[in-house]
Design a protein around this ligand. Structure first.
Ligand SMILES: Nc1ncnc2c1ncn2[C@@H]1O[C@H](COP(=O)(O)OP(=O)(O)OP(=O)(O)O)[C@@H](O)[C@H]1O
Length: 224
């Protein structure tokens, strides 16, 4: 049987400002190794909120989340930061590249933080990831000087530097033209072939159609 990578049980989420509102209702799901899951639904239905919970960035909710068999619900922020850095690659729009650092430095950063390899090994690994994204020729440029599509590819290289088993993406092709969308999709496809798991919030039907499963949301509930 396919190994379970992520399990969520009975997630409920409330926001308390400006008034108490429930935005996620009783969400339970299980995602296996090597799945490429798209989360879809109308604007405001709770997709990003759900992804924040699943990716441990938001810790105030009811219910439980287990990732790679670890109960992440209830872990303190320090432990969560370490867990995320090792197991989850983020391609989120707010996880911007640092514009005053080079492309290579940006990609190396999460591995330097993790501290498992020496600088030389990290640099080599970062260059390999950049080559995979066809961005190696830009390694020495300041990331702020790249186009949006190029920055997104660098962000993916950075997300992959610690070889996470799970990649969480919020609108990974949101600001991209069709050529860059195709590149990002083929990178994701390759990652899935290698046994990684991808969970992506997207409005892009073409993108979602190519994933292995679509989670459809409406009004804070999973409908499919
Ligand atoms: N910090 C917050 N405080 C209060 N309400 C919030 C907050 N963040 C989100 N919401 C509300 O929660 C609901 C779900 O928002 P969410 O961003 O998860 O939707 P979404 O499906 O990702 O939307 P979009 O596709 O437009 O990004 C919305 O009604 C939104 O207004």
């Amino acid at each position: 049987m396919q190994q379970e990578v992520l399990k969520a049980e009975k997630l409920n989420k409330y926001f308390y400002e400006p008034a108490t509102t429930q935005v996620l209702y009783d969400i339970s799901l299980s995602i296996g190794e090597g799945e490429f899951v798209s989360i879809m639904g109308k604007s405001g239905c709770g997709k990003s909120t759900l992804l924040y919970l699943l990716s441990t960035l938001d810790t105030s909710y009811e219910g439980t989340v287990d990732i790679t068999g670890v109960r992440v619900t209830g872990l303190n922020e320090n432990d969560l930061a370490g867990f995320r850095n090792e197991h989850i690659g983020f391609v989120f729009q707010f996880h911007y590249l640092l514009p005053e650092f080079t492309v290579l430095e940006n990609v190396m950063l999460p591995a330097l933080k993790l501290g498992k390899l020496n600088r030389e090994a990290i640099e080599q690994h970062a260059m390999d990831r950049l080559r995979q994204m066809d961005m190696h020729e830009h390694a020495k440029k300041l990331s702020g000087k790249l186009s949006g599509g190029q920055q997104q590819r660098v962000a993916i290289a950075r997300a992959l530097i610690n070889n996470p088993r799970i990649i969480m993406a919020d609108e990974p092709t949101g600001n991209l033209d069709s050529a860059n969308t195709a590149i990002v999709f083929s990178i994701f496809n390759q990652l899935v072939q290698e046994g990684n798991t991808i969970i992506a919030v997207t409005h892009d039907h073409d993108f979602a159609r190519k994933s292995t499963r679509i989670l459809q949301m409406a009004d804070g509930r999973l409908t499919l």
